[in-house]
Design a binder for this molecule. Structure first.
Ligand code: NAD
Ligand code: DAU
Length: 335
């Protein structure tokens, strides 16, 4: 379908900004309107270098129906990344997660319904709950929803709204559920950038629980190419899982970071586990690969980790001012 004028919500955050850069670099002729509230997780600097004629930035809230009414009629599509995205924050204070992730998605769907706008919803593998470490199964599009945290249940709620707006009102939607992203511009509250910036600051990295929890890592560029593929070639009403066969436990990821940064394998602290901590996520992306022909390109995790460590080392200005507050918040939680 024609997607020459798209709204990207949450485009100043980690994955949204990487998607905007990917579109500008790979899809000439596409104009992007970024709608972002610039919460603690949003940063306009993430969009630096994008030519003015390719992007308009709108500072605003996805819950603001009047603002949406001024933007949505001109767009071919909405790609909806905006969310409160961090599990630990959702455990400490769930309210903003319900507002942005549920109410915000509802407002966007209402605008899409009114104007018949194509809507792609970005979601997470966490809606499926977790798998046991010794379970050979992976999540598929058929796996029942079983979210664990306030964050993942708010995302599951938003997915269900999107499905209902398609079935009842015929809104032209697709949904993608992706695994854990890594790469440049990820907020330093998250696992990989927190440990890298800890080491850069001379702070010992912190590992939750027994460190055996498994996440299925994908480079954020591969997430971007998958979202574009689904937006332009996906079957309306369908869900696609995005993953790159990147299962690793947290201890192994941390030890890979320590080794690359010249530290010993035990140079870290064990800290309090996350309440309700999901054990393992694993994505089977066969449907996306078979039906739409998408393939991940950044499958060498070691290379991706090297680039990510280099990015944080080279961009201390980007993260330094947030570091003390992030660590103080974790310390207060025993993490
Ligand atoms: P992020 O926290 O880095 O960025 C979120 C962005 O949304 C920020 O720019 C923030 O300012 C903006 N935002 C928040 N509330 C808003 C509101 N009410 N109105 C407008 N803008 C608002 O998040 P991320 O890690 O880039 O995740 C982006 C999306 O991808 C989310 O929907 C998340 O659930 C999903 N996702 C993330 C991952 C991951 O590994 N990080 C994996 C799968 C799916
Ligand atoms: O699976 C997709 C999800 O991945 C996304 O939907 C979320 O938006 C995103 O934040 C991410 O959620 P996780 O909770 O898996 O990511 P996080 O980076 O917070 O933690 C990754 C793992 O590392 C998890 O098992 C908890 C652990 N952890 C985390 C931190 C911050 C630690 O051991 N130490 C830490 O300091």
């Amino acid at each position: 379908m024609a997607c020459s004028n798209i709204i990207v919500t949450g485009g100043a955050g980690f994955i949204g900004s990487n998607f905007v850069h990917w579109v500008v670099d790979n899809q000439p002729g596409v104009h992007v309107t970024v709608l972002d509230a610039l919460t603690y997780a949003g940063n306009k600097e993430n969009l630096a270098g994008i030519p003015e004629e390719r992007m308009t930035f709108v500072h605003g809230d996805i819950c603001d129906a009047a603002l949406l009414e001024g933007l949505v009629p001109d767009a071919d599509a909405i790609v909806h990344f905006a969310a409160e995205s961090h599990n630990d924050n959702s455990i400490a204070d769930p309210a903003p997660f319900i507002r942005t992730n549920v109410e915000g998605t509802f407002q966007l769907l209402e605008a899409a319904r009114k104007h018949g706008t194509r809507f792609h919803h970005i979601s997470t593998d966490e809606v499926y709950g977790d798998l046991a470490l010794d379970d050979p199964a992976r999540f598929t599009e058929e796996t029942p929803y079983h979210p664990s945290s306030p964050y993942s249940s708010s995302k599951a709620s938003s997915d269900l709204l999107v499905r209902a707006w398609h079935r009842t009102y015929g809104v032209p939607i697709t949904i993608s559920n992706c695994s854990n992203n890594y790469g440049p511009r990820q907020h330093i509250e998250k696992f990989i950038p927190r440990q890298i910036t800890n080491i850069l600051c001379g702070i010992r990295p912190k590992l939750y629980g027994d460190g055996q929890n498994v996440r299925d890592w994908i480079h954020t560029e591969d997430h971007s190419s998958a979202v574009w593929t689904i937006l332009t070639k996906g079957q309306l009403g369908e869900t696609y899982l995005i993953g790159a066969d990147g299962e690793r436990n947290n201890l192994d990821v941390l030890r890979a970071i320590l080794e690359r940064m010249g530290k010993e394998p035990d140079d870290f602290d064990w800290v309090r586990d996350r309440p309700g901590h999901d054990r393992r996520y694993a994505i089977d992306s066969a449907k996306l690969q078979r039906e739409l022909g998408w393939r991940p390109q950044h499958t060498d995790f070691s290379l991706g980790l090297d680039d990510t460590i280099r990015w944080y080392a080279d961009n201390e200005d980007w993260w330094r001012s947030a570091k003390d507050a992030v660590e103080a918040k974790y310390a207060a939680q025993g993490q």
